[in-house]
Design a protein around this ligand. Structure first.
Ligand SMILES: *[C@@H]1O[C@H](CO)[C@@H](O)[C@H](O)[C@H]1NC(C)=O
Length: 227
């Protein structure tokens, strides 16, 4: 086998292994529940009321897995200047509110995540690469759309569009685009802020998961719980 062939086989096996793990691992957030919470939040009145309602309800259901003190960060995707309020972050899941302050359009890039987004306010329209211009979809407040892994779309947002999104996959791979786009926009520090918040979330959620497993076995070994 040539060297190139060996690399291709190796990456294919790593990719298939990762896909298998992603299909079989357990997840913190249920997409069905997320969609139901997001669609209830969209009717809250203003977009800031919707964001508060979404955060509170997710916090009530998922506890400390939801960052109640999350702050907005710039989210650079290609030429799109978006903002994100990251509510949950781990290696394989993310959840947050993504907002477009101005009317803008562009590609969001290729992502190794399946995302589901509910429009809280404003509107989103998109066109996929795999069909002609006839296939343009538009989503109004309350509507939900899926952006599957490795799918390409050109998106267009009206001013003050807020989306509640949840996704599963290999989330850090999307970090590559946001960092590169941040650099291309001459904003390395702003792009770095999101990175910092993302890894803080990953650390906290991993720590919470590990201590839960630890408590479980401790309780089994000693026959009593800490409660
Ligand atoms: C993403 O969606 C595809 C196609 O529906 C599926 O095969 C894959 O397992 C999904 N990945 C995750 C992490 O849920």
């Amino acid at each position: 086998m040539s060297k190139l062939m060996r690399y291709i086989v190796f990456f294919y096996l790593v990719f298939m292994g990762a896909q298998w793990l992603l299909r079989n691992k357990s997840y913190t957030i249920s997409p069905k529940e997320f969609k139901s919470i997001a669609s209830k939040a969209h009717g809250a009145g203003s977009s800031s009321a919707a964001v508060t309602k979404l955060t509170n309800e997710l916090r009530r259901v998922y506890g400390v897995a939801i960052d109640a003190e999350a702050t907005w960060n710039p989210l650079f995707l290609g030429n799109l200047d978006l903002k994100i309020l990251l509510l949950h972050a781990s290696i394989t899941e993310y959840s947050g509110v993504i907002a477009a302050p101005y009317a803008e359009s562009g590609r969001v890039g290729l992502h190794w995540t399946n995302s589901t987004c509910t429009v809280l306010s404003g509107s989103v329209s998109r066109s996929t690469d795999s069909s002609g211009f006839a296939n343009k979809e538009t989503f109004a407040p309350g509507a939900n759309f899926r952006h599957g892994q490795f799918e390409s779309y050109v998106y267009s947002f009206t001013a003050d569009t807020y989306l509640a999104c949840y996704g599963r996959g290999v989330v850090p791979t999307s970090g590559v685009w946001t960092i590169l786009s941040g650099l291309a926009n001459g904003e390395p520090l702003a792009a770095g802020n999101l990175f910092k918040d993302y890894f803080r979330g990953v650390f906290q959620n991993t720590f919470a998961a590990v201590s839960q497993v630890f408590r479980h076995y401790k309780q089994k070994a000693t026959g009593r719980s800490d409660l």
